[in-house]
Design a protein around this ligand. Sequence first.
Ligand code: NAD
Length: 337
Amino acid sequence: KGNDGKFTVTLIEGDGIGPEISQSVKDIFAAANVPIKWEAVDVTPRLKDGRTVIPEEAIDSVTRNYVALKGPLATPVGKGHVSLNLTLRRTFNLFANVRPCKSIAGYKTPYDNVDTVLIRENTEGEYSGIEHVVVDGVVQSIKLITREASERVLRFAFQHADAVGKRKVRAVHKATIMKMSDGLFLNTARDVAKEFPHIEFDAELLDNTCLKIVTDPIPYNDKVLVMPNLYGDILSDMCAGLIGGLGLTPSGNIGDECSIFEAVHGSAPDIAGKGLANPTALLLSSIMMLQHMGLNEFADRIQNAIFAVLAEGKTITGDLGGKAKTSEYAEAVMKKL
Ligand code: NAD
């Protein structure tokens, strides 16, 4: 926080529709007098000694400010680059990916009143990137699970349940098959649960969770779900589907020191530069960021304005069946503030 009472936050506008949806966030934050100063940085990767690296200035900015808002980054295919998103996660040790999915009035899906929170381990498991050829035609991919990383994400899940007022934490696993790796995750969960006696803890097999959550998601509203990397990746997109898809889903990547908030969707190259993008997912991510910073009053005000515009359904973007441009939607939100 600076002498002017404003918090400096790193802004990574991103590629494709990134700059357009970032502009909506900047405009709406300015109209709501949010005490934030943006520090825009470029994260275009550089190749250094054969490795993809993020520019120093970007790393310094996030390290200094602790909090960043990030637009989508296009991952070049087949150019030897590691995904930049993965690089960011590794650089800042963003160990937990938090994905809330809440039904939005005005956007009809098969279920009303969905309100799930899923936390995905973000650093290891099936995405450890340890793969090799054993002999021609046989490859091995290693799923790495450590007590340390499991404990960290599980403890965060309980703390997050407290923070958002959920009474239960459920670990999702396949320890029946992966007895050692998921077994370690599950046993660690049982140990960590003892530190939070006021929160109810149980566990569920992943396949069972999938079946039950698409059959009736409402029993999941009072729980925080926590799970290893790959399960979380897939199940969180499934939850997004329950509320209307990726265009409406925010996320937070939480680390020990720094946190980066981002929309779940990509850079949408097919509509980039045309003023057609829906900025809602990035806006909802910026609201998660405000809550993380303790600026709840501003978060509530902006969120209510967004939900009011969506519920009215008059000024919504093409992906939701409307005709509004990105900027027209943002203006409608500002009028509701
Ligand atoms: P995408 O999410 O960019 O697009 C999928 C479809 O959804 C497209 O038709 C697009 O027009 C639409 N869409 C997405 N966001 C929208 C929005 N806000 N408003 C309206 N419509 C929207 O997925 P993709 O096409 O598979 O990926 C494009 C690029 O984005 C790739 O380079 C990919 O690597 C990258 N990507 C980045 C992230 C990230 O930075 N976190 C996530 C996913 C994909």
